[in-house]
Write a protein that binds this ligand. Sequence first.
Ligand code: PAF
Length: 281
Amino acid sequence: MKVLYTIKDIKEELAKVRSENKTVGLVPTMGALHKGHISLVAKAKTQCDVVVVSVFVNPIQFNNQHDLETYPRTLDEDVEKLRNADCDIVFAPTVEEMYPTQPTEKYSFGILEAVMEGIRRPGHFSGVAVVVRRLFDIVEPNKAFFGEKDFQQLAIIKNLVQQLNYGIEIVPCPIIRADDGLALSSRNTRLSSENRAKAPKIHATLARAAEELMRTMSVADVKKWVMDVFAEDPAFEPEYFEIVEDLTLQPVADWNAANGIVGCIAVWMDDVRLIDIIRFK
Ligand code: PAF
């Protein structure tokens, strides 16, 4: 496995790979790798000859300075984990390497960003799009792999590829959960031990809504029930819970309104913001 830090080095390495007619899979990450990331790497290796994992904490997608400053940075451990996974090349650029000048480009995603994370984190998805496009331009992957936990991000990146008319296949990968149900996230390491013990309630609540309550309750009542569960527990501060069509991300009014329906939640536990999703159908 090679660990490369500059655009020049990775482009040279990938030119060799392409001259051998090998396919390239990209797994973009911000590091602090966990089993969820490793599952993306494993999936990428089943579909591509060479797997590139980028590790870059992208400052321009953070709209909260505290979140950026406290985001875990663990490159040495990440590299060790990737050595034991199916990664061929790690690309770990500095901020100066990725952004020699302050990026000025902006991306818009219409209705896809007019909901959920898009309205609560202004500029976030444009910042994601800037870095993902740069990574696509540097790595020129055949396929790129993204986790479904960031459900809105996945829809935005599919849209970005369409906007740019890039021939990159975006491969969605299922959420990996801890044994107690908590969706794996790099931010979980920032939870206090008390909050970590309570956090599985997020998935348990959503699972009950999807497995049981949707049979007898309206969409509006399920939404209210979920928000109430968290509002009544002082450990949680729910930010939103939306029940949306899976392609357009627009809220649905009833269970027959779309073929695919997903519930998306954001909850604060102290200063840690957790997101999760559940598929209703
Ligand atoms: O999902 C993430 O970790 C980031 O948003 C991504 C896609 C690596 C871009 O920085």
